[in-house]
Design a protein around this ligand. Structure first.
Ligand code: PAF
Length: 279
């Protein structure tokens, strides 16, 4: 596995692979890698000739400076995990390398950024659009792999790919969970013992909610999910939403067409966790 820190060096390598007709797969990450990321890397390697993984904590997508400061950074450990997972090129650029000047681009994701994460974290998806488009320009992948835990992010990135006319395939990959049911996230490393012990209550509630769905109205079920999660003294919901899986339109009635996904953001102490379940 090659470890690269500059765009120019990476561009040369990618040029050679492209000339040789190789399919480039890409997994963008913010590091602090866990089994969820590694499953993306394995999927990427299985479906491409060359697997490129970026490790870059993108400052423009953090709307809370404290959150950016405490985001876990473990580059050496990340590199040690990437090679056995099948990564061919690990790209670990500096902030200056990605943003030699301030990125002032403003994306318009319309409705997609008006709800859930978009509503609660103003500017977050603009920052995601900025960094992912820059990384796509540098890596020039044929396929890019994203985890479904960040369900809304996948919709935003698909939209950005259309807006900017990228010719690449976005491949959403399933959520990976601990045995306890807790969705894997780099933020889990920041949970203290009590919050870690209680965080699996989030997914346990979503699973129960899926079973209760036929018996309750959408509104009542959202209220039930909120109350059930908040009944745990270590957890506090920020939002509970049930949306269409492709349009992200908020569902008000089970009879509406399409696959429904229940999405939640929950504070476990100071740490904000998100999760979702397909109904
Ligand atoms: O999902 C993430 O980890 C980040 O939002 C991404 C896609 C790597 C962009 O910084």
């Amino acid at each position: 596995m090659k470890i690269i820190h500059t765009k120019d060096e990476l561009a040369c390598l990618i040029d050679d692979y492209k000339k040789a007709g190789k399919v480039i797969g890409f997994v963008p990450t913010m590091g602090a890698l866990h089994e969820g990321h590694l499953s993306l890397v394995r999927q990427c390697k299985k479906n491409s000739d060359v697997a490129v993984v970026s490790v870059f904590v993108n400052p423009t997508q953090f709307n809370d400076p404290e959150d950016l400061k405490r985001y876990p950074r473990t580059p050496e450990k990340d590199c040690a995990l990437l090679e056995p997972a099948g990564c061919d090129i690990a790209f670990l650029p500096s902030v200056k390398e990605i943003y030699p000047e301030e990125d002032t681009r403003k994306f318009d994701f319309g409705y997609l950024e008006s709800i859930m994460e978009g509503a609660k974290r103003p500017g977050h998806f603009n920052g995601v659009g900025q960094v992912v488009s820059r990384l796509f320009d540098i890596v020039r992948p044929d396929k890019a792999f994203f985890g479904m835990k960040d369900f809304q992010q996948v919709a935003i990135i698909k939209n950005m790919v259309k807006q900017l006319n990228y010719s690449l395939e976005i491949i959403p990959c399933p959520i990976v969970r601990e045995e306890s049911g807790l969705a894997l996230s780099s933020r889990n490393a920041l949970l203290d013992e009590n919050h870690k012990k209680n965080a699996p209550h989030i997914y346990a509630t979503l699973k129960k909610a899926r079973n209760l769905a036929p018996e309750m109205s959408v509104g009542d079920l959202k209220k039930w999910i909120t109350e059930e999660i908040d009944s745990n003294p270590f957890l506090k919901t920020e939002y509970v939403e049930i949306v269409d899986d492709t349009t992200l339109k908020v569902i008000n009635d089970w009879n509406e067409e399409g696959t429904k996904v229940a999405c939640v953001a929950v504070y476990a102490g100071k740490i904000r966790l998100i999760d979702n379940i397909v109904f």
